[in-house]
Write a protein that binds this ligand. Structure first.
Ligand code: SAM
Ligand code: DTB
Ligand code: SF4
Length: 334
């Protein structure tokens, strides 16, 4: 690796960061952030669900699981032209990266031609591309790399110990296998998870520890706040136990610890901003979050919308990050 990133974090060290007095934790996180990232610049990414609902996986948080009763209608894979139209709109609204998500356990080989055309089309518009399609074989990962895919999102979601309580249809180990295929193909990794699923502090420690001890840190680390959806296991559990909702300061602590443990990664303040106060979001940016999803929709859930975000950026003096030529892993290594 390089001189500033460490992959040998112990759980005790991560736990000790979480335990710091809040002021000291923020001071430390800001120091790390300022040493490696442009201050006051936030990357804008836009999400599109290219294939919604009917997913065979049983992720307890997800509205798109066929096991949930969320009312989300299953659709087929979108037409390539319609996807490119949405990408052009996102680019015109100032977005730097276009992230396409499919509610699949894994893509079928018959879907790959359309997926490749989407990647090529979005790249031609000058935007970075990200896909999240579930598990990949090494050959599928290579095909996406050959098409020019910049990032693949595949989250570990929570600590290795908690994983089996949230998802039973696949294992933590299978998640890591796909991440390895993505890395080996030379695609940048986007990997993070969800906070606020009723997990313990120890689980949050384990979650950040698992990311920060990967052989290479993910280039993007999305930290989602659970969007509780009625009809999902976790949405219903939290509706019945409002006290289990994550405390705002604990959420900010998680962002700050991720920033310190993975200094060079983009830390993305992802789902859940719609119900987060502006003050909490401001603390997240101060803690080192430097990427958000724009627009008024994530995949199926709502998002704050561009005018509310423009207003918040103006209040906080934040600027959208300018698009850069995406750094490919193969060039970044060494
Ligand atoms: N099916 C693919 C997969 O699971 O890898 C990609 C799409 S999936 C919706 C992408 C990520 O969105 C999940 O790993 C999870 O971290 C996040 N997510 C899904 N539902 C969420 C919710 N209700 N609240 C917060 N994050 C959520
Ligand atoms: C990620 O970690 N968060 C995004 C992206 N990766 C694909 C997805 C958030 C989904 C929020 C719930 C929804 O829209 O259904
Ligand atoms: Fe399917 Fe992804 Fe939702 Fe899990 S998170 S149910 S894999 S769409």
């Amino acid at each position: 690796m390089d001189a500033v990133t460490r992959n040998d974090w112990t759980r005790d060290e991560i736990a000790a960061l979480f335990d710091l007095p809040f002021d000291e934790l923020m001071w430390h996180a800001q120091g790390v952030h300022r040493a490696h990232h442009a201050v006051g610049e936030v990357q804008l990414c836009t999400l599109l669900s290219i294939k919604t609902g009917g997913c065979p996986e049983d992720c307890g948080y997800c509205s798109q699981s066929a096991h949930a009763d969320s009312g989300v209608k299953a659709t087929k894979l979108m037409d390539v032209r319609a996807v490119l139209q949405r990408a052009a709109e996102a680019r015109d609204a100032g977005s730097q990266r276009f992230c396409m998500g499919a509610a699949w356990r894994n893509p079928k080989d018959r879907d790959m031609d359309a997926i490749v055309s989407m990647i090529e089309g979005v790249r031609e518009m000058g935007m970075e591309t990200c896909m999240t399609l579930g598990m990949l074989t090494p050959a599928q990962a290579q095909r996406l790399a050959d098409a020019g895919l910049d990032y693949y999102n595949h989250n570990i979601d929570t600590s290795p110990e908690r994983y089996g309580e949230v998802i039973t249809t696949r294992s933590f180990g299978e998640r890591l296998e796909t991440l390895e295929h993505v890395r080996s193909a030379g695609i940048n990794v986007c990997c993070g998870g969800i906070v606020g699923m009723g997990e313990t502090r120890e689980d949050r420690v384990g979650f950040v520890h698992a990311l920060a001890t990967m052989p290479r840190h993910p280039e993007s680390v999305p930290v989602n706040a659970l969007v509780p959806v009625k009809g999902t296991v976790l949405g219903d559990m939290l509706a019945d136990a409002p006290l289990a909702k994550i405390d705002d300061i604990e959420f900010v602590r998680t962002v700050a610890v991720a920033r310190i443990a993975m200094p060079l990664s983009m830390v993305r303040l992802s789902a859940g901003r719609e119900s987060m106060s502006e003050a909490t979001q401001a603390l997240c940016f101060m803690a080192g979050a430097n990427s958000i999803f724009t627009g008024d929709k994530l995949l199926t859930a709502g998002n704050r919308g561009d005018s509310a975000d423009a207003n918040l950026f103006a209040k906080l003096g934040l600027k959208p990050m300018l698009a850069e030529e995406p750094m490919r892993v193969c060039e970044a290594a060494e």
